[in-house]
Design a binder for this molecule. Structure first.
Ligand SMILES: *Cc1c(COP(=O)(O)O)cnc(C)c1O
Length: 244
């Protein structure tokens, strides 16, 4: 099942990329394995899947340890995609290879400090709330196109994060609101891409290469609008339990 699902998701990603005149190889699939066991991660690994996403820093540590141990020398690229509490920064820096959810100064500082102590550089994305949905974490940027104040405040935050020694800021991440028709959230993805253009002008020394956007219900639209990382769980591993 996981094999067929992965194949189907890759096909749909490639079709979306081609529709938008993009190279399919420019989009990476992060398989979101939250709530699913280590066995499912290993099954996906057997199919060639290398990037995995988890959203609860601590709960996933056992799974990560089991998977890494089972694979010996090699191991997956683990992406932290969920909200990080301050006290969790040490685990995140120690066990994850990418962080998509840098959404405030304090967490950026802690991650940088931990990564520096370990002699590592941690690739991170800045989590941006461009839809204005209140339940979502991230820099509040729903007004960025209209409000210079919002833009300038964000630039200041970004400048401080760029000054941290052990983080490599690679781009932006967003979560679109949940809707039945994915076309509805296209403007959210367009907005994140626009924000990236602005950051490229303002901070040209940074490549801003990555846009992490798109999940099971909307990844095709996200790829059409420039996603370089899509975070897909259910379409690969199946439905999660009800309390998710
Ligand atoms: C759970 C989750 C996903 C994947 O969602 P699916 O609907 O299972 O594809 C993507 N991003 C984040 C931040 C998540 O928490």
């Amino acid at each position: 099942m996981i094999r067929q699902n992965l194949e189907r998701v890759h096909e749909r990603m490639a079709e979306s990329a081609l529709r938008a005149g993009r190279q399919p190889a420019a989009v990476r699939l992060v398989a979101v394995s939250k709530t699913f066991p280590a066995e499912d991660v290993l099954a996906a690994w057997e199919c060639g899947q290398r990037d995995f996403g988890e959203n609860r820093p601590q709960q996933a540590l056992d799974k990560i340890a089991r998977v890494n141990e089972a694979l010996g020398e090699q191991h997956p690229i683990w992406h932290m995609i969920g909200h990080i509490q301050s006290r969790q920064a040490k685990w995140v820096a120690a066990h994850y290879d990418w962080v998509h959810s840098v959404n405030r100064q304090k967490i950026a500082q802690r991650l940088s400090r931990k990564a520096a102590a370990a002699g590592q550089e941690l690739p991170v994305l800045l989590e941006c709330n461009v839809s204005g949905e209140e339940s979502k974490y991230g820099y509040q940027l729903s007004n960025w196109e209209r409000s210079e104040v919002v833009r300038e405040q964000f630039f200041q935050e970004v400048a401080q994060i760029l000054a941290l020694p052990a983080l490599r800021v690679a781009g932006l991440m967003t979560m679109a609101p949940w809707v039945t028709d994915p076309e509805t959230v296209r403007p959210v993805f367009v907005s994140l891409r626009g924000l990236r253009e602005l950051l490229r002008e303002r901070f040209p020394a940074v490549a801003w290469a990555e846009l992490s956007m798109g999940m099971t219900d909307d990844f095709e639209v996200a790829v059409e609008e420039g996603a370089t990382l899509v975070r897909v769980g259910r379409a690969i591993f199946g439905e999660r339990g009800k309390d998710w």
